[in-house]
Design a protein around this ligand. Structure first.
Ligand code: SUG
Length: 438
């Protein structure tokens, strides 16, 4: 049965703003306190998903998590007779806590979970482990809602296994698929690449990835662990998908992305290729071709590589790549290079998400499914022309054109976002009052 990759894009929520909440993420830091446009952000993200859908790439949507997270603020000791009182009390003390409670960061679904295809798992099920995202307060609140969503969308235990997030402690920090790439065709067991950062400030710990591999019953002889290069991390590579991208048999990465490729890793890659009779392309891009700085500023490596319905491979790159002459020239050279399978490039405008450090690949979670698995999942989240039009109308009608951190205290805004979340959940057919009692 033919398997395919279904991309889940995170719909950008109505409270998208520039909170400066991720200190290790240059873009988040640089755009702190600027005026955002939630409407533009959500339309840009939706347009990207619909563009791929029209090219024959299966696409689905994950809803924005409900904000504000008042439970988190109450847990931090803020109280009041009304929800607005709680927000006001928190804002008076520390506005960044209110910013975190309103964060729309669930849009970056590459961090929602690690997903394993049923061809790769010991029990033949598709496995999901929601990421604990414990490195930053605003992101740590995503784990439970993600688990609820996966349980709802992939509810049939015959095909799917949704795990609890890995225990939330610093040694086990996990940021999901942004640090995991599956290589190989979809009809046999793939090769898994997991990347980690041993520094205390790093977002992914190797032992968390190992725990996920055990939970997903992956074959360790087909798992490669790569350590992020501290130099790259220091320059702003906080997730692996900022410095490498892969699809099927191709892995593009910067020459300075990792500390070293150990003999063990090389041996596993060789043995995978021999045993599976597949050749993988590990394409290393040199510093003089694209510098680390240009890679980070353009987010070239955060491009998605997708297969269309004609089996063509297309690079979905952020428009920021057009502004760096060397990056643009490199992309042109990829299209000319007959040893690489990419035939086309499409530049997408995701400026609003990019200003918080999220490019095309950050906004999507890949799930490889066969037809039976696809038939068993919740179909309300699948993009089609009608859902696209309905979501677009909802965004155009309800989302604000501009938003600042101080707008988050507006009592009108509190009522506004609740209505929008309910409307989106209804469009995705998630059921009455979905997730509000979490
Ligand atoms: O975790 N930015 C996100 C960006 C995540 C990008 N994801 C991947 N590379 N897969 C982060 O740093 C900024 C939010 C703010 O500052 O308001 C933020 O959370």
């Amino acid at each position: 049965m033919n398997r395919f990759e279904l991309n889940f894009d995170g719909l950008i929520g109505p409270s998208h703003h520039f909170g400066g909440l991720s200190c290790d993420n240059q873009a988040s830091r640089h755009h702190q306190a600027q005026i955002s446009s939630p409407k533009q952000a959500a339309l840009q993200g939706l347009e990207k998903g619909f563009t791929l859908y029209k090219m024959g790439v299966p696409q689905a949507i994950l809803p924005p998590h409900h904000r504000p997270n008042l439970q988190m603020l109450r847990n931090l000791g803020f109280s009041g007779a009304s929800d607005q009182d709680v927000l006001d009390a928190a804002y008076k003390q520390n506005s960044s806590l209110v910013s975190a409670a309103f964060s729309a960061s669930s849009m970056w679904t590459a961090n929602a979970a690690t997903v394993s295809a049923s061809k790769d798992t010991g029990d033949g099920k598709v496995h999901f482990t929601p990421a604990n995202l414990l490195n930053h307060l605003h992101r740590s609140q995503e784990a439970r809602f993600n688990q609820l969503l996966f349980n709802k969308i992939f509810s049939d235990p015959m095909y799917f296994k949704v795990h609890d997030p890995i225990t939330s402690c610093y040694e086990l920090r996990d940021e999901g698929a942004a640090n995991h790439t599956r290589l190989g065709n979809y009809e046999s067991c793939g090769l898994q690449i997991f990347c980690h950062n041993p520094l205390r400030t790093g977002r992914q710990a190797r032992i968390a990835s190992e725990a996920i591999c055990r939970g997903h019953c992956l074959d360790f002889s087909k798992v490669v662990f790569l350590e992020q290069n501290p130099l790259a991390v220091q320059k702003g590579v906080f997730h692996n998908d900022v410095i490498a991208t892969g699809h099927k048999n191709l892995y593009l990465h910067h020459e300075n992305a990792y500390t070293e490729w150990s003999d063990e890793s090389m041996g596993l890659i060789d043995s995978f290729q021999q045993k599976s009779n597949q050749s993988l392309i590990f394409h290393s891009i040199k510093e003089e071709e694209i510098s680390l700085e240009d890679a980070i500023q353009s987010y070239f490596f955060n491009s998605q590589i997708v297969s269309t319905n004609t089996e063509e491979q297309v690079l979905i790159a952020p428009v920021e790549c057009l502004r760096k002459a060397r990056v643009k020239a490199y992309i042109d050279s990829i299209l000319e290079d007959s040893t690489l399978p990419i035939h086309q490039v499409i530049y997408v405008d995701l400026t609003q998400s990019m200003k918080n450090g999220g490019g095309p690949a950050c906004l999507r979670l890949r799930v490889v499914l066969n037809q039976d698995e696809f038939n068993a999942m919740h179909s309300g989240v699948l993009i089609n022309e009608k859902l696209y039009n309905d979501l677009k109308k909802c965004i155009q009608r309800n989302y604000r054109d501009s938003l600042t951190v101080s707008d988050l205290r507006d009592p009108q805004f509190l009522a506004e976002v609740k209505t929008i979340h309910d409307e989106i959940d209804a469009l995705l057919d998630l059921g009455n009052n979905f997730g509000w009692d979490l």
